[in-house]
Design a protein around this ligand. Structure first.
Ligand code: MN
Length: 420
């Protein structure tokens, strides 16, 4: 892609013309609407529609982009996503004059990204979180069960997941209140109080497109057409609450207090160039999970901590989305195979993405190995879990030839628990 924009975007910037991630923003004092990011700007899509520059013969883009969420656009499906993206690349390209040479139009359509407020990109109907990194599942199994049988017998056959809570998914920058809950000290009755083992989980999630009718399934060969785009996800986790509650039905209050996502949804089409082969899956998955070759993505992922006195976040974990075992298409095929309907704007996350090296783990539980190997920060302090006042910052990008497809960041700062 030799595409270049009239907007100046440095080679290491997350939002070049090859990216054009979608988000929901409000210019100062105005209502939320849909936009795309390019360089340090947000382009107002509703404004482009109203100026007659962005139209589609089959769908009503005005209604879609004037909305305070991307759900309507997500429902329109891959052919429309493709057409709109191609038109935006044309409008923002260096050889197209209509915006480039019209300062007054540009002043209305472009907002500086640091001057707008970002919102959740979609009204999220349902949130599902998978558990698709083999290293992560192995690490957790090793710590809490038996190193020799770290993976449970179903793990290599089923893309394991749990149904999460969509009401508490928040956009980057939203403060995270330390949860209260029940924990169980060893050899003592359970107690109620603030979580003491607060953790992050470094994940990538995808928003779904048209979806399927109840009682039908999304076959794996169609699954990619139902993936609108990707965001960074921090699945905040209260490890002490989780330990006491998770048997027999899995995580509940340990996960439902907050999930942070990055505000910009990177279109799947912008990431096709960084697809990498699906890893070896042995034993062979059942037929409905087969056939997703090149189902993984070479996307670098960092998680960093900034303690209150630190100027910049310090990277504590470096992972990559290619470390996943199950692909997004397999997750979606599995999710729907029993007839569960997926709707536009549902969010499905990968599960903690851990690589094989200790510095590539995606949670404090693993990085500090259940509290036994504290992580040192540049201010001289140590962390085994996340403290009040700490900010957790996740970033990610795919490196192209002369450009980067970045995700921006998913940031959350922890504030003290409510008075119990
Ligand atoms: Mn998770």
């Amino acid at each position: 892609m030799l595409n270049k924009s009239f907007v100046d975007v440095p080679a290491d910037h997350p939002f070049p013309i090859q990216n054009l991630p979608y988000g929901v923003f409000s210019p100062r004092g105005q209502t939320p609407r849909c936009g795309v990011a390019i360089g340090d700007f947000v382009v107002d899509l509703a404004m482009l529609v109203n100026a007659g520059l962005l139209t589609h013969r089959e769908v009503d883009l005005r209604s879609a982009f004037e909305a305070p969420s991307l759900n309507e656009f997500m429902a329109m499906g891959k052919p429309v996503w493709h057409d709109v993206r191609r038109r935006l690349q044309e409008l923002l390209g260096e050889h197209t004059a209509v915006l480039r040479d019209d300062p007054s139009l540009r002043a209305r359509a472009f907002h500086r990204r640091d001057s707008v407020e970002m919102h959740l990109p979609a009204q999220i109907g349902d949130f599902t979180d998978f558990y698709s990194s083999r290293q992560h599942a192995t690490n957790v199994g090793t710590m809490f069960r038996d190193p020799a049988n770290a993976l449970l017998p179903n793990w290599l056959h089923i893309p394991v997941g749990y149904h999460g809570r969509s009401s508490s998914v928040v956009v980057s920058g939203t403060p995270i209140r330390r949860p209260l809950g029940q924990t169980k000290p060893a050899d003592a009755p359970p107690v109620f109080g603030p979580c003491r083992l607060l953790d992050f989980e470094l994940e990538v999630g995808f928003f779904t497109g048209p979806g399927n009718a109840l009682g039908h399934a999304i076959p794996i060969e169609d699954a990619r057409d139902h993936i609108f785009g990707l965001v960074l996800v921090n699945d905040w986790s209260a490890r002490d609450i989780q330990k006491w509650e998770y048997v027999p039905l899995g995580p509940f209050l340990a996960k439902n207090f907050a999930t942070t996502i990055s505000p910009w949804v990177v279109p799947l089409e912008a990431l096709e160039f960084c697809r990498v082969p699906t890893g070896t899956q042995e034993p062979e998955p059942l037929p409905y999970l087969q056939g997703d070759e090149e189902g993984l993505f070479d996307i670098k992922l960092d998680v960093a901590i900034r303690a209150p006195k630190m100027k910049a976040p310090h990277v504590v974990g470096r992972s990559n989305m290619r470390n996943l075992y199950w692909t997004m298409a397999q997750q979606l095929a599995h999710h729907s195979v029993g007839g569960c309907n997926v709707r536009p704007g549902d969010l499905m996350a990968s599960g903690t993405i851990s690589g094989s090296e200790p510095e590539s783990y995606g949670s404090m539980l693993e990085l500090a190995w259940r509290g036994t190997r504290p992580v040192k920060l540049p201010d001289g302090s140590e962390r085994t879990f996340i403290q009040d006042g700490d900010s957790v910052v996740m970033t990610g990008y795919a490196q192209g030839d002369g450009f980067r497809i970045g995700f921006g960041e998913a940031e959350g700062t922890v504030v003290p628990a409510r008075e119990g």
